[in-house]
Design a protein around this ligand. Structure first.
Ligand SMILES: Cc1ncc(COP(=O)(O)O)c(C=O)c1O
Length: 382
């Protein structure tokens, strides 16, 4: 087969003509309006539609998943003396959000089949100080939600899901936004839907938590007959233009998720004869938005570093990597964190790579990627 150039794009969303036109349309509408860029009614419409899409009673639009997680920690009054348990296989802010509030982060191990935070490992680390657990629906694969419901009931802990990768994922046929206490989503440019490059939302079934999030994200304001500032907050709001873009993106995210899943299915067919390459399993009855299309290269059979380099340099396949484990970042090293009793996460972080699945890619592109992977494995097999 011929090599082809298959670059990695920092654009996971479907962008069509209406998405290109929306910003100038809103700007034109606002330019001579007495309300200027005031965020309503687009924000309210987007929040309602997003909550419905994700199966939650409420959604609060915010300017990123990072700030959404900050708000979730504030809403649960996380602070010094508290412990927050999460996975080492995630983006830094899943953990730093708790550290910023003065809490201690405790890292538990991941499940070897889904790569999601393992509830058994979480339970072994629960102490009287544990306040919150933050499972990540990693790559879009839903977590073991029933297990976290049980832990929450048994130990009185709160559950905040990091669903930055998982708009449109389904657990046992149900959207994932109403589980636990809150679920935090990202609309940053890589994600399967985007609100012009940045954005996020926090969903919840709790009217009380939603009311708190809405105040916290807007300087602590309680709007009503007599406006007042009733708590300390700041400005974490999404703009009017972004909410308008979000309404359009939400209408096409399921289509995008299906396209990505078809790409993954094609890749899996072409990779079937290469046992050195494995991927996480989506639990039966669940649906993954497949934001990250992750695979592992078995380090006992092929040296991962040599494999990644050969695939990228010699076969021009634009694979991408996930971040190193949380405990390896300087900010965690400085705070005294080290690799400790998370052997599955340690190995997965060394072996994991992502293969592009973008809407514009063809079946032949996937065949070419699988061929290139097969060539690299054959040349590097120990
Ligand atoms: C698991 C996870 N959580 C949170 C975030 C932060 O999202 P944002 O860029 O919207 O702040 C990311 C970013 O990619 C992520 O991967």
């Amino acid at each position: 087969m011929e090599k082809r150039n298959l670059p990695w794009y920092a654009m996971g969303a479907l962008i069509e003509q209406e998405d290109i036109d929306i910003a100038s349309k809103v700007v034109a509408d606002c330019a001579h309006s007495p309300k200027g860029f005031f965020r309503l009614p687009e924000e309210a419409e987007f929040q309602k539609a997003f909550a419905a899409h994700e199966g939650a009673a409420f959604a609060s639009a915010v300017n990123s998943a990072g700030t959404g997680l900050d708000l979730a920690m504030m809403a649960l009054d996380v602070g010094p003396g508290d412990e927050v348990i999460t996975t080492p296989l995630t983006f830094v802010c899943t953990a730093t959000t708790a550290m910023l509030r003065g809490a201690k982060v405790v890292l538990a191990d991941i499940d070897p089949v889904t790569y999601n935070l393992d509830p058994k490992s979480v339970e072994a680390r629960i102490t009287p100080r544990t306040k919150v657990v933050i499972p990540v629906h990693f790559g879009g694969i839903p977590c073991d939600i029933e297990a976290y419901d049980r832990l929450a009931a048994k130990y009185g802990i709160r559950v905040v899901y990091d669903a930055a990768h998982a708009v449109g994922s389904l657990h046992k046929g149900k959207a994932i936004g109403g589980f636990g206490d809150m679920t935090v989503y990202s609309f940053q440019t890589n994600k399967n839907m985007t609100t012009l490059g940045e954005g996020g939302a926090v969903t919840t079934d709790s009217a009380e938590l939603n009311a708190k999030l809405e105040k916290l994200k807007s300087f602590g304001f309680q709007y009503g007959a007599k406006d007042d500032v009733v708590m300390l907050g700041s400005n974490y709001r999404l703009t009017k233009v972004q909410s308008a873009a979000g309404i359009l993106q939400l209408n096409k995210v399921d289509r995008n998720n299906e396209i990505r899943n078809r790409g993954v299915a094609a890749l899996d067919r072409y990779l079937a004869g290469i046992p050195e390459v494995v991927r996480p399993t989506v639990p039966a009855g669940d649906f993954s938005a497949c934001h990250l299309n992750t695979y592992l290269i078995d380090e006992t059979k092929v040296d991962p570093k040599a494999f990644f380099e050969m695939l990228m340099k010699e076969y021009t396949v634009g694979i991408s990597f996930h971040y190193k484990p949380l405990y390896a970042w300087k900010v965690f090293v400085d705070a005294g964190y080290e690799a400790k009793d998370t052997p599955v996460a340690d190995r997965v972080c060394r072996e994991l790579f992502q293969i592009p699945v973008f809407a514009h890619m063809t079946d032949d592109d996937y065949r070419c990627i699988a061929w290139a992977i097969g060539e690299c494995v054959a040349r590097l097999r120990r």
